[in-house]
Design a protein around this ligand. Structure first.
Ligand code: APR
Ligand code: PHB
Length: 395
């Protein structure tokens, strides 16, 4: 017989979505437990995004996990688009009435959330195996898992599936209840992290004949760079030297000159995908973050969408426990999906605008050149890019 207990909300997954939700609920007096299949070190070893929108910053502050972000995050008021060998600045701040983004790594966000959770004495079960959400269509959902060879069962009011793209929550749903929308791109991103100062103060998104490149950063002494590569490339065949050489070829002469190279501290290849699962609610189970949708990283939206999903979900649970209203819960899926699809559109658009698609032919390349020219020379078009990049408001 498994050991049993009752906890109002069981959160599956201790990535940024699960941890942020746990903290928002705790702040509102709603008890919760997080079940995570990996170890804390493993969770922190994953290197991912690095740009936070206003909505995400605000939620981290509300969660009481923003001290380090506010002390060390970098305020960015613009980005640069490089094409035809020239850089063009998009004035995010000026075009959006004073908004900006915060450059602060997802690894750091995750660590900060883990630390505040531990400091409050809240439970996260790491290395929880065979996590199974059950009976979420009834009024009595349960989650089973194994830890150190023992079977456990938690009875709860709600299950939050924050377990990423390969998680158990979405996998537990009967196929006829869920629709999948997917687009796979014919290339991946090779990322390299190095303890070298960033090549430029602001992020550079480069469209070159040799493919896309991105110059990003984590701090004034740590840089993150990416190259568009064929899906068949293997990371072990990319030496640091080959990476730096290729990056230089995709930059403008000034950036090429300024680029400081050094040994990589991490290097990996990630495929690019757009994906949405509909709906995001199944009875008393709710999907949030990468469990429900994936965006290609070009628009820097993945982490931010995970944050806004759990922002809506926390609000819905508060409405339920404090006001005895199911309105928020009933609206959750629709409300999230409206925002999700706008971010999907923007991420797909930025990806299409900035990458090379040789298989699409010369007409595509010409239209892309015209669109880039339009984006940087029309105030309307740059404003549209800017307002999406800094993030649409959460209703
Ligand atoms: N049981 C328990 N935990 C699981 C299971 C499972 N069966 N499957 C996955 N997990 C855990 C993973 O180990 C991971 O720690 O769920 C967590 C999901 O975290 P993320 O993949 O980081 O997803 P999310 O929290 O939604 O954050 C989205 O991550 O991939 C980036 O670009 C994306 O920045 C975005 C962010
Ligand atoms: C990153 O720093 O990892 C990063 C920044 C911007 C993006 C994607 C990734 O659009």
């Amino acid at each position: 017989m498994p050991t049993t207990q009752h906890i109002p909300v069981v959160i599956i997954g201790a990535g940024p979505a699960g941890l942020l939700l746990g903290q928002l609920l705790y702040k509102a007096g709603i008890d919760n437990i997080i079940l995570e299949q990996r170890s804390p070190d493993y969770v922190l070893s994953r290197i991912r995004a690095g740009v936070l929108e206003q909505v995400s910053m605000d939620l981290l502050r509300q969660a009481g996990a923003a001290k380090n972000m506010d002390a060390h995050g970098l305020h960015h008021h613009g980005i640069e688009l490089l094409f035809g060998g020239q850089r063009h600045r998009i004035d995010l701040h000026g075009l959006t009435g004073g908004k900006y983004v915060m450059v602060y790594g997802q690894t750091e966000v995750t660590r900060d959330l883990m630390e505040v959770r531990a400091a409050e004495g809240l439970t996260t079960v790491y290395e929880a195996l065979h996590v199974q959400p059950r009976d979420y269509d009834s009024g009595h959902p349960r989650v089973r898992y194994e830890k150190d060879g023992e079977l456990h069962e938690i009875h709860c009011d709600f299950i939050a599936g924050c377990d990423g793209f390969h998680g158990a929550s979405r996998a537990s749903i009967a196929p006829e209840r869920i629709r999948h929308f997917e687009k796979v791109y014919p290339f991946g991103w090779l990322g390299l992290m190095s303890d070298t100062p960033p090549v430029s103060e602001e992020l550079i998104y480069a469209n070159s004949e040799r493919g896309f490149a991105l110059c990003s950063q984590r701090s004034l002494t740590r840089s993150r760079y990416y190259l568009q590569v064929p899906l068949t490339d293997k990371v072990e065949n990319w030496t640091d030297e080959a990476f730096w050489d290729e990056l230089k070829r995709r930059l403008d002469p000034e950036a090429r000159e300024r680029l400081m190279t050094g040994p990589s501290i991490e290097k990996s290849i990630a495929p690019l995908r757009s994906y949405v699962a509909e709906p995001m609610r199944f009875g008393r189970m709710f999907l949030a973050g990468d469990a429900a949708h994936i965006v290609p990283p070009t628009g820097a939206k993945g982490l931010n969408l995970a944050a806004s999903d759990v922002g809506y979900l926390a609000r819905a649970f508060v409405d339920y426990y404090q006001n005895k209203s199911t309105h928020g819960i009933d609206q959750y899926s629709e409300q999230c999906l409206r925002r999700v699809w706008k971010a999907e559109r923007f991420s797909w658009w930025m990806t299409t605008l900035m990458h090379s698609f040789p298989e699409e032919g010369a007409f595509h390349t010409k239209v892309q050149e015209a669109e880039l020219d339009y984006v940087v020379n029309s105030r309307a078009a740059s404003t549209s890019l800017a307002e999406n990049y800094v993030g649409l408001p959460m209703r």
